[in-house]
Design a protein around this ligand. Structure first.
Ligand SMILES: N[C@@H](CCC(=O)N[C@@H](CS)C(=O)NCC(=O)O)C(=O)O
Length: 222
């Protein structure tokens, strides 16, 4: 059986988890900490999570690559439209969202979520500038009608439903601002609709429980 490896609090892990649930593919979950140990690198070459253990001695890393694999290997419930341009549009939205928005905000996560030192003024300035560019492009490309790329739930939602709130939380923590500004109602309406899906509910509940346990463990551990 497939095994999704990583941490239930990770947005990229949850992107893959939602795709697996939506597609009705059986899978198990394995908690795996980010590591640069040779044994871990043998399973995940960059030492990142998530990765998928295929159960035959092989693994796959990179969430988008994993989604592509799942689509090819389990085509019964598609998460990508049939039309070539619509497929490209979905990939375009994910690329913009991840490379030009989530990855930019990622520079804030250490300070925002893990007690790291505050980012420098220079970093904050760069992040603010790049997030603005990324958000402008997202506003241009996202449909939210009601799903991220149009009327059908798909890959773009597996990504957006996890990345959009996380970026919002990071910006709030560091800048005490709402990154979405006058777009916030559209984003929140979208997150409410997508959040009603059982795949999202399960993933978010697991995430909350994971974070709660982790914090409890930390308190216990002093
Ligand atoms: N492009 C990767 C991003 C995955 C990623 O950044 N994962 C984070 C956790 S959410 C991680 O492993 N960080 C550790 C590191 O960057 O070394 C994907 O889509 O899977």
């Amino acid at each position: 059986m497939l095994k999704l490896c990583g941490l239930q609090m990770s947005n990229y892990y949850n992107k893959v988890k939602i795709a697996l649930i939506e597609k009705g593919v059986s899978f198990k979950e394995e908690t795996a900490m980010i590591s640069q140990d040779p044994a871990f690198l043998a399973r995940s070459p960059l030492g990142k999570i998530p990765f998928l253990d295929l159960g035959n001695g092989q693994t796959l890393c990179e969430s988008q690559v994993i989604l592509e694999y799942l689509e090819d290997a389990y085509p019964q419930v598609p998460l990508l439209p049939k039309d070539p341009l619509a497929r490209a549009r979905m990939r375009e939205l994910i690329a913009v969202l991840e490379l030009n928005f989530e990855l930019v905000a990622r520079r804030l996560y250490w300070a925002a979520f893990f007690g790291g030192p505050p980012p420098s003024e220079e970093t904050k300035k760069e992040v603010r500038r790049e997030l603005k560019k990324g958000l402008r492009a997202i506003r241009q490309l996202a449909k939210f009608s009601p799903y991220a790329a149009g009327t059908e739930f798909g890959w773009a939602d597996c990504a957006a439903a996890n990345h959009l709130p996380l970026v919002g939380e990071a910006v709030k923590a560091i800048f005490d601002e709402d990154v979405y500004g006058d777009y916030v109602a559209s984003v929140n309406d979208y997150l409410r609709i997508v959040g009603e899906r059982p795949s999202m509910k399960r993933t978010l509940d697991d995430r909350k429980a994971f974070i709660k346990n982790r914090e409890g463990g930390r308190e216990k551990g002093g």
